[in-house]
Design a protein around this ligand. Structure first.
Ligand code: FES
Length: 156
């Protein structure tokens, strides 16, 4: 769904206003915008640059540097794989490779049918039950690729 330009401007200005006095306000502002719009649309960059008196390149650089910021709308379901140490030690990397190749996407990307967005996370606080994976709002422990495929299939 296309975003209305007036809505984008309103959301950006609201986020700037809410964080104007914060130090290092750009990151919280971007998080705020992503929460409201679902992602950082390309049209956000020039509006935000103007509001904060920064160059477009500065804002664009921050959006692309941090993996937290989505450049496109998320798919129907978001799968987040934990890649922190405890999960890595019990197979999170292998799981990651299998999931990436099955879905045909990398972190930060959405399957062409718009069904699944894949993201990485660094610790859910569920370390004893790694590999930990969140599907939508639900957290799963001891996940493997087949079980994840089943969870995704059941959600369709
Ligand atoms: S290391 Fe994966 S949940 Fe903590």
């Amino acid at each position: 769904m296309a975003l209305l330009q007036e809505n984008v401007e309103e959301v950006v200005r609201g986020a700037v206003e809410a964080h104007r006095d914060d130090r290092g306000a750009l990151l919280p502002i971007l998080h705020d915008i992503q929460e409201k719009l679902g992602y950082i649309d390309a049209t956000v960059v020039p509006i935000l640059a103007k509001e904060l008196n920064l160059s477009r390149a500065d804002v664009h650089g921050v959006v692309t540097f941090y993996h937290d910021f989505r450049k496109n709308p998320a798919g129907a379901t978001t799968v987040r794989i934990c890649r922190a140490e405890a999960c890595q030690s019990v197979g999170a990397e292998r799981l990651t490779e299998l999931v990436k190749s099955r879905l045909g996407v990398d972190f930060g990307q959405t399957t062409p049918d718009g069904g699944v967005t894949l993201e990485q996370v660094f610790c859910f606080g569920n370390c004893a039950l790694g590999p930990a994976v969140q599907v939508g709002e639900k957290l799963y422990g001891r996940m493997d690729a087949d079980r994840l495929a089943g969870v995704l299939e059941a959600g369709r």
